[in-house]
Each structure stands twice: as C-alpha cells, then as structure tokens.
Design a binder for this molecule. Structure first.
Ligand SMILES: *Cc1c(COP(=O)(O)O)cnc(C)c1O
Length: 337
C-alpha cells in the first residue's frame, strides 16, 4: 500500500481486503470464514437491531522497525468480550476462537498495516451481534462474530496535545448497576447526545460523574480517567466504568516507574488536587487533559498547558512496547504471522 497517506488517515471507516466471520447456530460456533464483502445479510427481527444485543472490541496491531507486526493484548480483549456477552446474555465466543480470528484478520490484511515510522497503526474491530429473530424481549438463538480491520492515522499527528473535558450533570452514560462495565453499543447510544454537545462547545469529551450521587469521577465517554499527584497514579474504582486494557497496562507501567497506584473512588473535590490528568484508551493511549470545565457550577479545574512529565513517560513507554522499540517483558504483544 505505497500510496496511502498513513499520517493523515485519521480515525474513519475504510475498507480492507478481508474480514473474518463466525456463526453461532444450533447451540454451537462454526468454523471461521473469510469474507471479502463489507455487508451482512440479516433477519429484520435480529435482536441486535431491536434490543441492543451487541458487543464490540477495539485493539491495534503495530509494525516494528524489524518489520514484524505486533498485536497488543488481544487475549484481554477476548476475555472482555466474553464478559460483555455474559452481561447481555449473548452466546460466548471462546477466547481461542477470538484470538484466532484476530490473527487471521491481520494476516489477510497485512498490506494495510502502516509502516513503523508513520506513527499509524492497524485498528482491529471485533463485533458480536444477536442475529436470530425475536420479537419478544429475549436473547437470540443465533449470533454472528465478525473481525474487520482498518489502518488509522496517529492520534496526535501534530504532537501530544492536551485538550479540555466538560462535566455535565444532566446526562448519564450508564446506570449505577447497569451495563457501563460492558463494551456494548447501548452505552454509546446513551452517550452520543452529551458527546455532541461537548464537541460543539470545544471540549474533547464529557467527564462523567457517578450517576447515583454525582459525587465521584467515573470515566470519559470512550476512555478511562486517571490523575497523578504526589507520585501516585489514581484511577476510579466504579461498577459502571469499562475496564480499559490501556489503563490496566498503564497501572503496571506506573508501578514499574516507581509511582504508587491507587484504584479507588475519586471524589469530585479531589479534581483540583491533581498535577496531571489523562484520558486513556486504545485510540490515543493517553490523551492529556489541560482543563476540566464544570458546566453546572461554571468553574474550571486547570492543569498544565503542556502534557505532564509522568503522562509523557507513560505514553512513550507504552508506545515503545507496542511498536517493539523496547523489550516486551510482560508478554503483552504477539507477533503476527
Ligand atoms: C473501550 C473503552 C475504553 C478504553 O478501553 P481500552 O481497552 O483501553 O481501549 C474506555 N471506556 C469505554 C467506555 C470504552 O468503551
């Protein structure tokens, strides 16, 4: 793919050559199938369409200086999708089937993996949907699992840039005992209105407080929250946030770098005491935050205009492991064929 402008791909849907599919019928999963079509044919009464039986994942593959392609922590994504499936009563795809499909999707679309020095990567999107027809509210008897991929540009084409978040108390992403901890489309539908309002006002995302009391920090729309102060990495413990694999990896690296790591409730009042704030997820690894605007109280929490020292270190370290520039001592990457 010599003629792709890797640096300026952004994050948008783009066709690749093949996608991998697997059907669940008659109580069991079939063999993996390779498809070159970007459409699916499905029953109009599929539960995914009516009752939100849908879960997805997002992970990336990176090309190293050595030319090898590394897939980052896909076993974690496989387990998380299993958990999401349990949460909304979908058939659970075995971890091995998930990882086999991801490997195959990467292998079949090798020419879309961006070169090492571009800062771009291959985004991998696994998807599980209820395809069986039901009109009463109950789980489908048939499911379809798909993995497709697309090259995406570097998240920060102009360098690691801090942005602002906004707190809105009149919108919730997930209920306290709802589906916030599952990676399901319903949570995203619930967050679109607030996300759009935030963007229109110049914020990169909404910072959600816990929806029961609005006393504690939950997470950003599509990314986990962390704050750093007094050599401590602090990230919220809550039943309604999605357990981010990036956050999990950053906690490990933070500890290795000598930071204390705390996973606990983070009271709203504590926001003013952090030295650094970041939003973390597969897309950006870390998106540094320079300000949080509380729309209801018309107040600002301000952080550095430039990314903080620890955020930069953590970001560089995780990226170096992903691209194979530093040893992968935790065994987080798998070299693709
Ligand atoms: C996917 C996701 C994240 C980030 O998870 P990663 O595994 O780090 O990509 C954070 N919050 C929500 C709501 C998500 O859906």
């Amino acid at each position: 793919m010599e003629n792709l402008d890797w640096q300026n791909l952004g994050f948008g849907y783009r066709d690749s050559d093949y996608n991998i599919r697997c059907y669940y019928r008659n109580g069991k999963w079939g063999e993996l199938e390779i498809s070159s079509s970007n459409t699916i044919n499905m029953h109009m009464a599929a539960t995914a369409l009516h009752y939100g039986q849908e879960a997805f994942e997002g992970l990336k593959a990176f090309k190293g200086k050595d030319g090898k392609i590394r897939i980052f922590r896909m076993d974690e994504n496989a387990k998380r999708m299993e958990n999401s499936s349990k949460g909304i009563l979908m058939a659970q795809l075995p971890v091995e089937k998930f990882t086999e499909a991801v490997r195959l999707a990467v292998k079949m679309n090798k020419r879309f993996v961006p070169p090492h020095d571009s800062g771009a990567s291959l985004y991998i999107r696994p998807l599980l949907i209820g395809t069986g027809p039901e009109i009463g509210v109950k789980p489908a008897k048939e499911y379809l699992f798909i993995v497709f991929v697309m090259p995406v540009g570097p998240y920060f084409p102009e360098g690691f840039k801090p942005t602002d978040l906004v707190i809105m108390r009149d919108h919730d992403r997930a209920a306290p005992l709802g589906t916030g901890k599952y990676k399901v489309g319903g949570n995203y539908a619930a967050s679109m209105d607030a996300g759009k309002l935030a963007k229109e006002q110049g914020f990169s995302a909404v910072l959600y407080l816990d929806s029961r009391e609005k006393k504690y920090v939950d997470e950003c729309g599509p990314a986990n929250f962390f704050g750093i102060k007094n050599n401590t990495y602090v990230t919220p413990l809550s039943d309604s946030i999605l357990p981010s694999i990036t956050n999990k990896s950053l906690m490990t690296l933070a500890e290795e770098m000598g930071l204390k790591v705390e996973r606990r409730k983070v009271p709203y009042e504590e926001l003013e005491s952090f030295e650094e704030i970041g939003a973390c997820g597969t897309a950006a690894v870390i998106s540094p935050i320079k300000g949080i605007y509380d729309a209801d109280n018309d107040t600002w929490f301000r952080y550095g205009k430039e990314p903080g020292e620890w955020s930069v270190k953590l970001y560089n370290k995780l990226r170096a492991i992903q691209y194979g520039d530093e040893p992968d001592k935790y065994g987080w990457t798998e070299i693709a064929e």
